[in-house]
Write a protein that binds this ligand. Structure first.
Ligand code: HDC
Length: 318
């Protein structure tokens, strides 16, 4: 006879978890990794600089460092935000219940075309959201020979569904960027994704089975494997840089956004962009949202990117 028992809330010790510094994580990549990433975030042959190593201005797409946090082939398997019990004070949990929550990236220096680097990561927040637990990490990508000048800073959160209710802090409210009221987007970029996109994107290094294994996704409430959040995020970053930054990697300064609903491979990603006054005259500030056309759901909300100012008109102004 079967009986249903409610899973007890996890025993979380915030004081042990927050401030925990993970051991430096060695990461490496080469130009092939950069090209694979670029093609899987929707870059096409009209921007060969991200796809062809013989182009004079061949460059890394600026959001590439985000991939490194989850690049599995450095470890055999990637560590999904603490699921393996690698963070003191957070008991191991089912990694399939984890989804990517929020993400931001700040670019400090142009990325080299390859090499060996280190990620220095600190757990900066653990929150009880009732329906789930949020684990926030802040990571710097550095050259170990020159760690005082990081290439980028990244803050990301993992949302562990069903792991809330342990009486912990709720955390700060999201600093959500809202599109200006009553103003149509300045540009809209549509990307029809391929049904097999998650299978391609995972080769960048995030081998999470949630994105490929049809036996796992339904067990955790998805009708089929979902797309990697960072793949959708890359599509948005690409739409923004292409439209407002003339595809110049030097123009990309920062990006932030929250994953609000799952994307299924094959969905059409619709990135709406609003150019709003920036804090400095050297910058452009772009508020953005991404929706999946098929479900009609907003899949990235509260988005904002900062680019260097440009005197060129947006490429696909409506
Ligand atoms: C460094 C990080 C590394 C992470 C590793 C990632 C590995 C990858 O392989 C995994 C992935 O790529 S998964 C794919 C991308 N992510 C998704 O698809 C998630 C989509 N979002 C959802 O499903 C829901 O918003 C959901 C489920 C997230 C929340 O929905 P609900 O349960 O309905 O919650 P809601 O009622 O809307 O809000 C409750 C409280 O939670 C906060 N919150 C909501 N969405 C959040 C999110 N996305 N991130 C962080 N916090 C979030 C709300 O603010 C609310 O809290 P409060 O009351 O304090 O405001």
């Amino acid at each position: 006879m079967s009986s249903t028992t409610k899973t007890p809330p996890p025993q979380v010790d915030v004081s042990k978890a927050v401030g925990f510094k993970a051991p430096p994580q060695k990461v490496l990549y080469n130009s092939r990794d950069l090209m694979l990433y670029a093609i899987s975030i929707g870059v096409k042959q009209d921007e060969l600089k991200f796809l062809y190593e013989n182009e004079q201005d061949f460059a890394a797409f600026p959001t590439y460092p985000l991939v490194l946090m989850l690049k599995g082939d450095n470890h055999g398997v990637a560590v999904y935000g603490g699921g393996a019990g690698d963070v003191p004070g957070i008991p191991a949990f089912d990694p399939n219940k984890l989804v990517h929550g929020d993400q931001s990236l700040e670019v400090h220096r142009l990325l080299p075309l390859g090499g060996e680097f280190e990620l220095h990561t600190t757990v900066t927040g653990v929150y009880d959201k009732g329906k789930g637990m949020v684990i926030e990490r802040t990571t710097k990508m550095v050259d170990p020979k020159d760690p005082s000048r990081p290439y980028s800073s990244m803050k990301g959160s993992a949302f562990v569904r069903g792991a809330g209710g342990w009486g912990g802090p709720k955390g700060p409210k999201q600093n959500a960027y809202e599109p200006p009221k009553d103003k149509a987007p300045d540009a809209i970029h549509e990307d029809k994704t391929n049904d097999d996109l998650a299978i391609l994107y995972r080769l960048s290094g995030d081998y999470n089975p949630l994105h490929i294994d049809p036996r796992i996704a339904p067990k955790v409430g998805f009708k089929k494997p979902i797309l990697h959040g960072l793949c959708t995020y890359g599509h948005a970053a690409h739409a923004i840089l292409k439209t407002f930054g003339s595809s110049d990697p030097n123009a990309f300064k920062s990006i932030t956004g929250r994953f609000t609903a799952p994307v299924y491979p094959g969905d059409t990603l619709v990135t709406k962009m609003w150019s709003v006054p920036a804090e400095s005259k050297d910058q452009q500030k772009i508020i953005f949202q991404v929706a999946a056309k098929e479900s009609g759901q907003i899949v990235i909300n509260g988005g904002c990117a900062i680019l260097a100012a440009s005197n060129k008109a947006p490429q696909s102004k409506l």
